[in-house]
Design a protein around this ligand. Structure first.
Ligand SMILES: Cc1cc2nc3c(=O)[nH]c(=O)nc-3n(C[C@H](O)[C@H](O)[C@H](O)COP(=O)(O)OP(=O)(O)OC[C@H]3O[C@@H](n4cnc5c(N)ncnc54)[C@H](O)[C@@H]3O)c2cc1C
Length: 405
């Protein structure tokens, strides 16, 4: 098959939220893009779904936020709780109303975001998406990259000026770039159970974190298919027990009753289990190949910073890559992307998500009491609560990245 002009497009690997938003951003700047996705269609699994104010702001100019707002839940208040004693602190994002037009967390399933991004992308004649096309490997030279992909018709070569790997935590692009992914995997696993039973009348905010040295939890109310939506409850569970046993109806019932006892059984309409990692790629760029989203970093979901951080990568990268593509900036501008987003990951996302997990699972009664007391005091003081919210809503990580040249 003849190779196309390498200077004519950017190849984005992966049609997850990060790949699609990167591609949409590039297309909005007039850059021809080709997105390849190895699945035959967009994936529909229930994963992330809690969006922070800066993410809503960044997706605005791309046309996503306006459409997204119509289908999700605004969550202005969220709690940190103790499983035995109840609410420790309730945080009100209204304290940030002077610095963001979106003073709330926004809850909507990840699989409802990607069709919006894809629909908007398809409105650009210079954007193309190919499903059932899996990235295998790539070589690069002075002018571009040549990627080998698998398609239902066999192997194919694709030529592009730049390649963005947004192909998730197990990124084949990252492996091809030969980039290390240092970090660790948590010993416990995370089990998520989704119930239609409404937890709101029991005092739970649509987002809540519940400390417990034996089994901490986190709660996210999602719009799902109809009100009151789906209350997704995440539990940390012991890795020594088999997956089948952990996911059994009786075990999930026991976990749910442990969270909130009720005479009836819970109606569980969704369940899943996964391992959680804390890892950041050593670099997000090797020549003409770049990484973004889970391909570049992974973290535990406590604080909802994984997907948000990935979208922040996409929105930092696309204007820079568009400028380089059009010859308006030197390629070294892409190293600024790496410096900014790597620092945001290390100094904020990894640090805060790890601290959140430690807070919820702390076993030492003295340390536990001290930490929860500090949370209580922070929640009770509007000035401290505001500072805390600026950090936990990822505004501080964006501000910090902006200071990096
Ligand atoms: C099982 C699971 C549960 C999660 N639950 C939560 C949660 O509850 N809360 C939370 O905050 N975060 C959660 N996350 C994390 C969150 O979903 C991710 O941060 C987010 O999906 C990252 O988006 P992404 O676009 O970078 O990667 P992904 O969404 O993983 O998208 C990558 C895309 O690349 C495609 N792809 C992969 N390899 C190739 C290839 N070789 N060629 C072409 N295409 C390829 C994939 O099919 C996929 O469509 C979860 C992640 C997983 C894996």
């Amino acid at each position: 098959m003849p190779l196309r002009d390498p200077s004519n497009r950017v190849l984005v690997v992966g049609a997850g939220p990060v790949g699609l938003i990167t591609a949409l951003g590039l297309a909005s700047k007039g850059v021809p893009v080709l997105v390849i996705e190895h699945e035959p269609a967009l994936t529909e699994d229930l994963r992330a779904g809690s969006f922070h104010p800066p993410t809503m702001e960044m997706m605005g100019p791309l046309g996503i936020t306006e459409r997204f707002l119509k289908i999700g839940i605004q969550v202005p208040r969220w709690q940190i709780r103790d499983r035995h004693t109840g609410v420790v602190a309730e945080f009100d994002l209204g304290l940030l109303a002077d610095i963001t037009p979106y003073p709330y967390r926004f809850h909507c399933e990840q699989f409802k975001l990607t069709p919006i991004a894809l629909d908007l992308l398809r409105q650009y004649p210079h954007a193309e998406i190919r499903f059932s096309t899996g990235f295998e490997t790539a070589t690069q030279d002075a002018n571009g990259i040549t990627a080998t992909v698998t398609t239902p018709g066999g192997s194919e070569e694709i030529r592009a000026a730049w390649l963005v790997g947004a192909d998730g935590g197990r990124s084949q692009v990252r492996k091809t770039m030969n980039v290390d992914f240092p970090g660790y995997t948590w010993p416990d696993r995370f089990l998520v159970a989704g119930t239609r039973y409404d937890l709101k009348p029991h005092g739970y905010t649509p987002n809540a974190y519940i400390a417990d040295p034996d089994r901490f939890s986190a709660i996210f109310q999602m719009p799902y298919d109809r009100p009151p939506g789906l209350w997704r409850v995440l539990f940390s569970v012991n890795s020594d027990v088999s997956e089948a046993e952990l996911l059994s109806d009786d075990n999930i019932e026991r976990l749910m009753q442990g969270l909130l006892a009720r005479p009836e059984r819970y109606d569980i309409v969704h369940k899943s289990i996964y391992k959680v990692h804390q890892r950041v790629a050593a670099t997000f760029r090797v020549g003409r190949m770049l990484l973004a989203g889970d391909a570049a970093h992974v973290n535990n979901p406590l604080g909802a910073m994984g997907l948000n951080g990935g979208i922040h990568d996409a929105c930092n990268l696309y204007p820079k890559l568009a400028a380089v593509f059009r010859g308006e900036a030197d390629a070294s501008l892409l190293d600024r992307y790496v410096r900014q987003r790597h620092a945001a990951q290390i100094e904020f996302v990894q640090e805060l998500s790890t601290r959140n997990k430690r807070l919820l699972e702390e076993r030492d009664p003295k340390v536990r009491a001290e930490r929860l007391d500090e949370v209580r005091q922070t929640g009770a003081d509007p000035k401290r609560a505001r500072e805390f919210l600026i950090k936990s809503s990822m505004i501080a990580s964006i501000r910090r990245a902006e200071t990096i040249e």
